[in-house]
Design a protein around this ligand. Structure first.
Ligand code: C5P
Length: 222
């Protein structure tokens, strides 16, 4: 099969990360979790006390920031910011909301657009995110929009939380609704399926079933 660019967009908890990872393994492609990059920007901006409303300050912060994603031995992704491994710090509920907030800022989106396009130059990549097929790679070879019922997504996210998270299923559901609204309602690169994306509602499917459906479309394209 010829190497191609595959994009998987969709809301939180739809299974994008597991599926993108498995798909990239099956195809021996690179895997890029773009949500991790937004989380990285949010965390580093918070640590550096950047005033997000001050464009000059935000711009000089971004100019000096270096983010990279490295596949680790266990198959996961390590996020490195200015030489420091910040992977374990970006998956908290607070960072999910903070990432969604910085993701609405034009300067942040423009900066990450370049970072992501640079990663796509090698043409054998599975990208997961919110606007991969609509904005970042409108010419992607195969685009998927992966979603699931919000109650299914919230239950999945809740099951992934550590026991001492302090969050109830209701808290997770509320946060998810808020983040869905924020991501779908923003002016810039809102969460929406590309007109040429293959829409998959995974509510009633297993991971293997979704992967099977995707592979049929990928084989047909490459
Ligand atoms: O996918 P994940 O939940 O890690 O993404 C965190 C946040 O980053 C999302 O809620 C969204 O606001 C933002 N994001 C985005 N565009 C992407 C990927 C993530 O706006 N391509």
């Amino acid at each position: 099969m010829e190497p191609i660019v595959i994009t998987i967009d969709g809301p939180a908890g739809a299974g994008k990360t597991t599926i993108s990872r498995r798909l990239s393994d099956l195809l021996s492609y690179r895997y890029v979790d773009t949500g991790a990059l937004y989380r990285g920007v949010a965390l580093c901006a918070e640590k550096a006390c950047v005033d997000l409303t001050n464009e000059k300050e935000l711009s000089s912060f971004l100019q000096s920031l270096t983010l990279s994603l490295v596949r680790d031995a266990a198959g996961g992704l390590t996020l490195v910011a200015d030489g420091e491994d910040i992977t374990s710090l970006i998956r908290t509920p607070a960072m999910s909301m903070a990432a969604s907030k910085v993701a609405a800022l034009p300067l942040v989106r423009a900066w990450l657009l370049e970072v992501q396009r640079q990663l796509g130059r090698e043409k054998a990549v599975v990208f997961e995110g919110r606007d991969m097929g609509t904005v970042v790679f409108p010419e992607a070879d195969v685009k998927f929009f992966l979603t699931a019922d919000i109650s299914v997504r919230a239950r999945r996210r809740y099951a992934e939380l550590p026991e001492n998270s302090g969050q109830s299923l209701e808290d997770v559901l509320e946060d998810m609704k808020k983040r869905d609204d924020q991501d779908a309602g923003r002016d810039l690169a809102p969460l929406v399926a590309a007109s040429d994306a293959i829409y998959i509602d995974a509510s009633a499917f297993s991971i293997d079933e979704v992967l099977g459906q995707m592979m049929v479309h990928i084989r047909a394209k490459s």
